[in-house]
Design a protein around this ligand. Structure first.
Ligand code: THU
Length: 129
């Protein structure tokens, strides 16, 4: 028998826990991301900063880069749970990866949105020209 899928709340709890492993000595903002793949696996990411500030990487991107390196592809993802509202660049990543639902904390609230709601009229390879 396969394991039951984690709920959105459980994924957010996983994202909260993994945020403790963030490397964010400059902003001191620890961000975690837990992505549920269609096969039931959860792939986690954290933000990784650098003394050269613009080189830092967001939690969402480390999660998806890790997933792709393990063989996952756009369309393989059901939910991305994030401990903070995703930045503009990460909304583009979430769109590229074709995640069905994005769940995140924003202030005291928990918000669930589609990537289309997060990034309307988005850029992708089909709308050039
Ligand atoms: N951060 C993320 O990890 N994800 C986002 O979507 C927003 C911002 C990180 C990047 C940086 O290490 C810190 O939060 C402060 O901007």
């Amino acid at each position: 028998m396969s394991e039951p899928r984690p709920s959105d709340d459980e994924l957010l709890t996983l994202a909260d826990a993994v945020a403790a492993r963030a490397y964010a000595p400059y902003s001191k903002l620890l961000v975690g991301c837990a992505v549920l793949a269609r096969d039931g696996r959860v792939i986690e990411g954290v933000n990784v900063e650098n003394a050269a500030y613009p080189l830092g990487v967001c939690a969402e991107r480390t999660a998806f880069a890790r997933a792709v390196a393990e063989g996952y592809r756009p369309g393989d993802f059901v939910v991305a749970a994030i401990t903070a509202s995703p930045c503009g660049g990460c909304r583009q990543w979430l769109h590229e990866m074709g995640v069905e639902r994005v769940v995140f904390r924003n202030g005291g609230r928990v918000v669930a949105m589609t990537t289309e709601e997060l990034l309307p009229e988005s850029f992708d390879s089909s709308n050039l020209g």
